[in-house]
Design a protein around this ligand. Structure first.
Ligand code: NAP
Length: 253
């Protein structure tokens, strides 16, 4: 969280889960929520050294290793979060799988893998937590979408499609719970410098081509996304729901 955001302390007493938060955008969001006063659960597929470090950096209440592509992992994550925090006020759906193939070359398993984590696991987490938020009269659902909802990469057909479908799902649910204190929004990053795209952006020609498409003239940082997530999670965004906020330096324009 930057000083300028002025939101520090507004999340005291709130309980949050950030999926896929051992690095990148998820970790930055977990840190921002924790600095904002929330108790935060960190999640990643395996309890490795990066995961332990992330838990410490984010001041996490608990770190839960769960691979969201696994058959019973969502249920295990839900049970562990509920046991640790007693419930959830802020759900950040950040973990996602991105596979690159020529548009005509995706095999069935690749399609299923991407839809499983980017859509089905997210739905099951929503199912587990959002109805209880509505009953309690407060909740924040923030799904991490992508610039690819509107600017599809030709070789990431199912990733782009899954993010567009996620947006549709979140907008749909936003309407169901809007009168009950629960807001549901999509934070759609543009090109953010993280491990996910480090290799691709190391190619100077590709890097310059991407940069040329960003009106702001720079790649985004995980913190650019975290500040917006903090806003959406805060009381300041109480009347914002069913919205997609692009955090992309104008790349969607
Ligand atoms: P990242 O740096 O690759 O980090 C992804 C995180 O998710 C890591 O903590 C990773 O853990 C975890 N993860 C991966 N597979 C998982 C699984 N099966 N179960 C649980 N956790 C899992 O990604 P990022 O760039 O920060 O992206 C975060 C989100 O932003 C994603 O939804 C992505 O689609 C979206 N996004 C990113 C960009 C961008 O330019 N970076 C642009 C648009 C949208 P390990 O490291 O242990 O695998």
């Amino acid at each position: 969280m930057t000083e300028a955001s002025g939101l520090h302390g507004r999340l005291d007493g709130r309980r949050a889960l950030v999926t896929g938060s051992s690095q990148g955008i998820g970790l930055a969001i977990a840190k921002a929520l924790s600095n904002g006063g929330a108790s935060v659960c960190i999640n990643a597929p395996a309890p490795d050294a990066a995961f332990d470090l992330a838990c410490r950096e984010a001041g996490a209440a608990i770190g839960i290793a769960a691979d969201l592509t696994g058959p019973d992992e969502v249920e295990r994550l839900v049970a562990a979060v509920t046991k640790a925090l007693g419930g959830l006020d802020i759900l950040i759906l950040n973990a996602a799988l991105q596979e690159k193939q020529p548009w005509s070359g995706f095999d069935r398993m690749s399609i299923y893998r991407q839809l499983e984590i980017n859509l089905a696991a997210n739905y099951r987490l929503i199912q587990a937590f959002v109805p209880a938020m509505a009953e309690r009269g407060f909740g924040r659902l923030i799904a991490i979408g992508s610039i690819q909802q509107v600017r599809e990469h030709p070789e990431m057909l199912f990733y782009a499609a899954s993010k567009a479908a996620l947006e549709s799902m979140v907008r749909n649910i936003a309407r169901q719970v809007a009168g009950r204190g629960v807001t549901c929004n999509i934070l759609a990053p543009g090109a953010i410098a993280t491990a996910r795209n480090r290799e691709a952006l190391a190619d100077a020609i590709y890097r310059d081509a991407v940069l040329a498409r960003i009106p702001a003239g720079r790649f985004g940082t995980p913190e650019d996304c975290a500040d917006v997530a903090l806003f959406l999670a805060s009381d300041a965004a109480r009347y914002v729901t069913g919205t997609t906020l692009f955090v992309d330096g104008g790349m969607h324009l």
